[in-house]
Design a protein around this ligand. Structure first.
Ligand SMILES: NC(=O)c1ccc[n+]([C@@H]2O[C@H](COP(=O)([O-])OP(=O)(O)OC[C@H]3O[C@@H](n4cnc5c(N)ncnc54)[C@H](O)[C@@H]3O)[C@@H](O)[C@H]2O)c1
Length: 446
């Protein structure tokens, strides 16, 4: 799992100088590849104990995939903000893996501090809460010296990204193995296509188009009369609040943005864009936009045009495309158009499921002590999406260093049910929505 040596693709900026000048406190181990062997390294035949933190749809799926990897594994602890979510997930996992789930009531942890207790029980932890909690949980799992699978996006704001980068460096020193849920990196069609692009199949890449245009996601799950306080209301309906999801450009569209960063082995140096909320007007839809369009500029002059939209009845696409000097590529369709056209052919019975492969790869690295740390890549692509959101919310052009060093911290006053989320509703129950071009808003965005 190689990370780009030069994260911005700029000849003057090495990863070392980038991390130092951008105010990211990153240990030398991350930069120099030094590693201190983790004494608790699991041998190939050892049973690996797992903990799941965030027992929703993806967390339950990831736990099942981790339990389906080769070698002995057991789910021993679970943590969730809500008991109903935890028990629902536990019941499903028990049915799928009756011999591999051993989570008695004293290892079922509920509440905002559940993560610490669940992490303590395991060798490998799966972090799959809403992304707003990810930096906190990742930092704690690294502090406790655990191997980690953490879902994308890895944060919702720049302080969170800096926290993840610092913890990623610490993880490297401790020889922890870290997987991030950007599963396209473990999908054979993408791997084959992107290898060809990086080998020059379409010449130099001059532009790219990436899309996550669809109908949107789940409707808000609870109404105010069904919950005890504003904090519970927002955490249950987490997708619609920035401090929890980072908006859908971060939560979903990161997958497509990340593909172009991967192809280019670089991250954009600046971005500008437009966005708003045309159909998602009701207060129950919290504060996120329903569309974003961003031009991301890379140091070599190439541009990534990015669209994400949650509006029914419109043109939909979830895909990535790149244009080169000698041809073009439908990356998500795994197809190259050039003087030597090429198309990925699926194996008999289809390609392996990348959600399974990402766990197979992580557990193989844990059992065989292979270098494996996807955290920096996950953090940098998350930061790209956050920079895009800063551009669409503010309406101004923003450069990478300014975005990454932003002090705008979206976390609530405290992680307790009587904590105050950063976005409070007005007397009519509706939330303030960013106004592009407004200087007062800009101070709250970048
Ligand atoms: N890689 C992918 O393709 C993919 C697909 C779906 C989701 N995801 C990611 O997985 C994450 C979870 O998404 P989901 O669809 O499973 O959401 P979900 O709402 O189904 O599950 C989230 C769970 O986290 C729990 N939770 C909330 N706050 C918590 C806290 N502070 N501590 C412990 N538990 C807490 C919730 O109660 C819920 O059970 C998101 O980051 C999402 O982007 C990734």
């Amino acid at each position: 799992m190689n990370e780009p040596e030069n994260p911005l693709g700029r000849p003057d900026v090495t990863r070392r100088s980038f991390l130092q000048t951008s105010g990211v406190v990153a240990g030398a181990a991350l930069l120099g590849g030094l590693s201190i062997e983790r004494s608790a390294h699991a041998a190939g035949s050892d049973e690996l104990k797992l903990a799941l933190i965030g027992c929703g749809g993806r967390g339950s799926g990831a736990a099942s995939q981790a339990l389906s990897t080769e070698g002995k594994t057991k789910l021993v602890a679970m943590g969730d903000a809500f008991e109903d979510s935890l028990l629902n997930s536990l019941s499903g996992l028990r049915k799928q893996h009756p011999d591999k789930v051993d989570v008695p009531p004293d290892r079922q942890f509920v509440g905002f501090d559940a993560y610490k207790k669940a992490i303590a029980e395991a060798d490998v932890v799966i972090l799959a809460t809403p992304p707003g909690f990810r930096p906190l949980h990742f930092e704690e799992a690294v502090r406790q010296g655990k191997h980690i699978f953490f879902e994308k996006p890895v944060a919702v704001d720049a302080p969170g990204i800096r926290k993840v980068l610092a913890a990623a460096a610490e993880a490297k020193k401790k020889n922890l193995k870290i997987g991030v849920g950007l599963q396209r990196h473990h999908q054979i069609g993408y791997l084959e296509t992107i290898k060809r692009l990086q080998d020059g199949a379409i010449g130099d890449i001059v532009s790219s188009r990436v899309y996550w245009n669809g109908n949107g996601v789940w409707e808000p799950r609870v109404t105010r009369d069904k919950v005890k306080n504003e904090m519970e209301y927002q955490v249950r309906n987490w997708y619609y609040y920035n401090w929890l999801s980072g908006d859908h450009i971060n939560e979903q569209h990161i997958h497509n943005i990340d593909v172009v960063n991967w192809i280019k082995n670089a991250y954009p140096v600046k971005a500008q864009g437009i966005g708003g909320r045309e159909v998602r007007k009701h207060q129950r839809y919290g504060e996120i936009f329903d569309h974003h369009f961003v031009e991301f500029h890379y140091a070599d002059g190439s541009i990534m045009y990015s669209q994400c939209r949650h509006q029914k009845g419109c043109w939909n696409s979830v895909s990535e495309h790149v244009q080169g000097t000698k041809g073009s590529c439908d990356v998500s369709g795994h197809m190259i158009r050039s003087s030597s056209p090429w198309r990925h052919k699926k194996g008999d019975g289809g390609d392996p499921n990348p959600y399974q492969v990402e766990h197979d790869d992580l557990f193989d690295a844990i059992r065989n002590n292979k270098e494996y740390n996807e955290a920096v890549r996950g953090a940098m692509s998350t930061m790209t999406a956050i920079m895009g959101r800063m551009a669409t919310y503010s309406g101004v052009e923003i450069d990478w260093d300014k975005a990454l060093n932003s002090k705008i911290d979206l976390s609530p006053s405290k992680y307790e049910w009587d904590g105050v989320p950063v976005s409070a509703p007005g007397p009519d129950g509706s939330y303030p929505i960013p106004v592009p071009g407004d200087p007062e808003w800009r101070k709250k965005i970048i």
